[in-house]
Design a binder for this molecule. Structure first.
Ligand code: FES
Length: 157
């Protein structure tokens, strides 16, 4: 067998959608956790929308499923319970506040560090919630805690 083909098949399989639960349940609980192709994710239901992301915070692996959701600069964010980093639910961007040190009267401004937490796709079909892992090829900081030695759920293969 050609090992190249089998690797491609494995890669394709990682991006097939996986049923993680019922819509009724997540609407009640507003969040759930799941393992999708050996990757631990958290799914939030917030303001009528679903969002899925890697469960371990990009900063140091904090458990995002235990964080609170708050709005910052008009964006809904999960606040990591460990060091209070703010991550937008919609895009996975890390937000921080910055102030111009040369202007003491300036008010702090919200800024983005860029996408730090990998976001996955949530779809609903016939009352079931499905998650499809992100295929975005960029290296995301949260990959560190979702793969390799820091991964909580170890691959069965
Ligand atoms: Fe999440 Fe530090 S581990 S803020």
């Amino acid at each position: 067998m050609d090992p190249g083909i089998s690797e491609q098949d494995d890669e394709k399989k990682k991006h097939t959608s996986v049923c993680v639960g019922r819509e009724d349940d997540i609407r009640k609980l507003e969040r759930m956790t799941a393992v999708v192709h050996d990757r631990e994710v958290v799914i939030f239901y917030h303001k009528g929308e679903y969002h899925a992301m890697d469960i371990r915070c990009y900063h140091a692996g904090g458990p995002l499923h235990l964080g609170e959701i708050e709005d910052f600069n008009g964006q809904s964010c999960i606040v990591c319970p460990w060091h209070k980093y703010k991550i937008t639910l919609a895009t996975g961007e890390g937000l921080y506040q910055s102030i111009n040190p040369k202007d003491p009267s300036a008010r702090p401004q919200w800024c983005s560090k860029g996408v730090k937490q990998r976001i996955h796709t949530v779809t609903v079909d016939n009352g079931n919630i499905y998650v499809t892992l992100s295929e975005e090829p960029f290296k995301c900081d949260s990959d560190f805690y979702a793969t390799g030695e820091f991964k909580v759920i170890q691959s069965s293969s």
